[in-house]
Design a protein around this ligand. Structure first.
Ligand SMILES: Nc1ncnc2c1ncn2[C@@H]1O[C@H](COP(=O)(O)OP(=O)(O)O)[C@@H](O)[C@H]1O
Ligand SMILES: [Mg+2]
Length: 271
């Protein structure tokens, strides 16, 4: 079970993100405040276009906020870094490299200064085993399924031994059964590695199944955090058992109420 030790591992303070557009400034996020503890699994949920990816990109250091500050382990996030690995929905693998080589590239970038080639290879093999890809290691992305490609993306992120794993709808493009399988694997991996995870999703069940905390975002423009729901379901979690748990259904309903009752109409007005 995850035991948060540092209540402010990721600390987002008064963050605003205004984009310059042809039609003038567009305020995507306003006054976002969030703390994520070490070892915590946080889901960001909200309607399409509310600013989930914008917030994740800020934590990744891919963009800088127009106001406010983001800290990771008490340091300002000033750019991307291997301690904050990102997995995107479209996996972004290099098509001419094998699964092994795609992961090896990341391993090499992070560890080549301190480890031998044999160690880098062993590290790559280990992480491919962790996501169940040993048999497909020598295949190229064009030769494997969507689910397997996402596994390579997750393996690549894990291989860097990040302090924080950032996932942007990593299972969004997968069929329901593959998604369920990868969710279960992710639960297992996160339990083993004690990773701190921030995951963007618009899937209510995924959020409740995986998270310690569900951060519900209001609709944009000027989106912010509407509510934070603590999910106190014991771990390890089993999707079959949870389907009948009244506590699970209670959390599920709370998220659905937020998304489809309180945030439903605003979306229509701003669409
Ligand atoms: N680089 C950008 N320039 C201008 N507008 C952007 C940019 N990135 C995102 N936006 C806008 O910010 C809002 C939030 O986008 P995004 O974070 O991608 O939403 P989500 O991931 O929740 O679907 C949207 O209205 C989107 O059009
Ligand atoms: Mg997005």
């Amino acid at each position: 079970m995850n035991t948060p030790v540092n209540p402010q591992y990721i600390d987002i303070q008064g963050v605003e993100q205004v984009f310059k557009t042809k039609k003038g400034p567009f305020c995507a996020l306003q006054n976002v405040n969030l703390k994520v503890a070490k070892g915590e699994f946080v889901a960001l949920i909200g309607h399409s276009g509310c600013g989930k990816s914008t917030l994740l990109n800020l934590i990744a250091g891919l963009t800088m906020p127009t106001q406010g500050v983001l800290l990771c382990a008490n340091r300002e996030i000033a750019g991307p870094g291997p301690e904050r690995a990102v997995v995107f929905q479209n996996h972004s693998l290099l098509p001419w490299l094998t699964c092994f080589e795609n992961v090896y590239l990341a391993v090499e970038r992070v560890f080549s200064a301190t480890q031998s080639k044999a160690q880098l290879k062993a590290r790559t093999d280990a992480v491919l085993t962790m996501v169940g890809l040993t048999a497909a290691a020598q295949k190229r992305p064009g030769e494997i399924s969507g689910g397997m490609k996402q596994r390579v993306g997750i393996a690549r992120a894990l291989s860097m031994e990040p302090k924080v794993l950032l996932l942007d709808e990593p299972f969004g493009a997968l069929d329901a059964l593959t998604r369920a399988k990868l969710q279960d694997e992710l639960l297992q991996i996160v339990a083993n590695t004690q990773s701190t995870v921030v995951m963007v999703t618009h899937d209510v069940d995924e959020a409740v199944l995986l998270s310690d905390k569900i951060v519900m975002m209001t609709n944009g423009p000027s989106a912010t955090i509407g509510e934070v729901l603590s999910v106190d379901l014991p771990r390890p979690r089993n999707r079959v058992e949870l389907a009948e748990s009244t506590q699970y259904l209670h959390y599920r309903k709370a998220v659905i109420d937020f998304l489809y009752t309180r945030q439903a109409h605003v979306e229509k007005l701003t669409a």
